[in-house]
Design a protein around this ligand. Structure first.
Ligand code: HEM
Length: 181
């Protein structure tokens, strides 16, 4: 997992809780590098799982809720840093349909070692988008937070249903229904 994901995670913990808690979870997670991540470096995704686990212990919040919140935070950061993708897509469906072929394709060009999930898209009708997520890292709750925040970003009337297809979060179907305006 790229270091940028870790640095964004620490920023979220600092903003939502405190800088002291960032130090504390780094200590408790007993990371190989004592929490020194560079944005372009690559680290074991298991370190993120450990960090979220200790954050859960320290805050009493459930791991899936923390991952969801992190997904929402990340989307707001992506929208700030990479606004062009959001303005050129112009809608939730077009943004999400372009994750594989536009956004993550560019991420891979920049970081050939990025560990990205797979998204398969289907559009059974103009008002419905089905996204099948799969990833060995099982970050489906993170994906859910990213998708929920994308819907908020555009302010569209879209409902999101989540159909778990594996208990460990490695495969999930997201069904988005756009209501007629
Ligand atoms: C401009 C927008 C976006 C950028 C720049 C971006 C970039 C990235 C980067 C750098 C990673 C980390 C790769 C690694 O750790 O090796 C990542 C992972 C991920 N991205 Fe995106 N992303 C964007 C939008 C989205 C959206 C809209 C979704 C919605 C579903 C999404 C879903 C994910 C997920 C779930 C992961 C975690 C890895 C996994 O599940 O295996 N991304 N993305």
């Amino acid at each position: 997992m790229k270091g940028v994901v870790f640095t964004e995670f620490f920023d979220m913990v600092e903003a939502s809780f405190s800088p002291e808690l960032v130090e504390r979870i780094i200590d408790l997670a007993e990371l190989p590098n004592q929490g020194a991540y560079t944005a372009v470096g690559t680290y074991d995704a298991g370190e993120m799982v450990r960090l979220v686990g200790v954050l859960s212990q320290e805050t009493g919040l459930a791991v899936p809720d923390l991952l969801f919140a992190f997904g929402r935070y990340l989307l707001s950061r992506f929208a700030e840093e990479h606004g062009d993708y959001f303005s050129s897509a112009g809608s939730v469906f077009r943004l999400l349909e372009g994750i594989e072929d536009k956004i993550h394709r560019d991420v891979r060009k920049l970081y050939p070692d990025a560990e990205l999930p797979k998204f398969e898209c289907h559009k059974p009708s103009p008002e419905r988008l089905v996204l099948d997520y799969s990833s060995p890292r099982g970050m489906a709750k993170l994906a859910e937070g990213l998708i929920a925040a994308s819907i908020e970003h555009y302010g569209e009337q879209i409902s999101l249903q989540v159909e778990e297809q594996a208990a460990d979060g490695t495969k999930v179907r997201f069904v988005l229904d756009r209501w007629a305006a």
